[in-house]
Design a protein around this ligand. Structure first.
Ligand code: ADP
Ligand code: MG
Length: 240
């Protein structure tokens, strides 16, 4: 099923963060969302994940119960006392609720997910002892546990090592082979050009949407920058 966004406007205190956005995202599509800081990228993912529920316009073809969401790492409390196994098993909350323990089969699924992201043996580690790359691997394992049709990733490769980036890209490609819909926010235009077949360039409004090659042109990027400077003097491309 494709996701159809029509004339979406999302505001904070009456200031629109996403403005008159219309887009269709097909099942099985790997879409990169790129745009300047403050362009509304995380806001859009929060709406698709069902976390933000107040907006104008309509969104069809997506059910928050069928979405796996990996939020921006800065939003995570890394000092929360929880082990890797506990973290990734929260991906099963729809199955187990908040009170139930894990069955042997579920523990085995957790172990398989950890193995798939290169973290076997890490199940009892506290998350505050993990490196940035290891934490990101754990969050990908949690998405594997959720096993949903639509996968939302918000800057999944910020501040991680090259090996983790390569390994987790393989995990995404597996999802792609299974016809999952992957919507990924990132700053890394080179990564997008090398990996993501389609892109949306967002600057509150949608500047362009289509094949990555046709979207990431100098003209479009300049235009996005101009539009964003018009709404915020300080916004700029993040080069991290
Ligand atoms: P991006 O992810 O593209 O950097 P965001 O979606 O996080 O952008 O933010 C878009 C705009 O909305 C920014 O101007 C940001 O300051 C503002 N914003 C984001 N979250 C909130 C919030 N909870 N309350 C008020 N303003 C917000
Ligand atoms: Mg963001």
């Amino acid at each position: 099923m494709s996701i159809k966004i029509q004339n979406l406007t999302v505001s904070y205190n009456f200031h629109p963060a996403v403005h008159h956005l219309s887009a269709t995202i097909n099942q099985g599509q790997w879409l990169a969302i790129v745009g300047p800081n403050g362009a509304g990228k995380s806001t859009l993912l929060n709406v698709l994940a069902g976390i933000i529920t107040e907006y104008e316009g309509s969104i069809k073809g997506i059910n928050p119960n069928n979405v796996a969401y990996l939020p921006q790492q800065t939003k995570l409390d890394k000092d929360f006392p929880i082990t890797v196994l506990e973290l990734i098993s929260t991906g099963l909350w729809q199955e187990i609720g908040f009170s139930g323990g894990l069955s042997d089969t579920q523990i085995e699924r957790c172990m398989n997910a950890l193995e798939a992201v290169g973290l076997d043996g890490f199940e009892n580690r506290q998350i505050n002892t993990l490196s940035g790359g290891q934490l990101q691997r754990s969050l990908f394992a949690r998405v594997l546990m959720q096993d949903q049709q639509v996968i939302l990733l918000d800057e999944p490769f910020n501040a991680i090592d090259t090996k983790t980036l390569t390994d987790l890209t393989l995990v995404i490609k597996e999802w792609q082979n299974k016809n999952r819909t992957i919507i990924m926010v990132t700053h890394d235009l080179e990564y997008v050009k090398d990996n993501c077949p389609t892109s949306m360039l967002l600057a509150k409004e949608c500047i362009d949407l289509g094949s990555t090659k046709s979207v990431l042109t100098k003209e479009n990027l300049d235009n996005a920058k101009k539009v964003s400077e018009a709404f915020d003097e300080n916004s700029a491309w993040c080069i991290s």
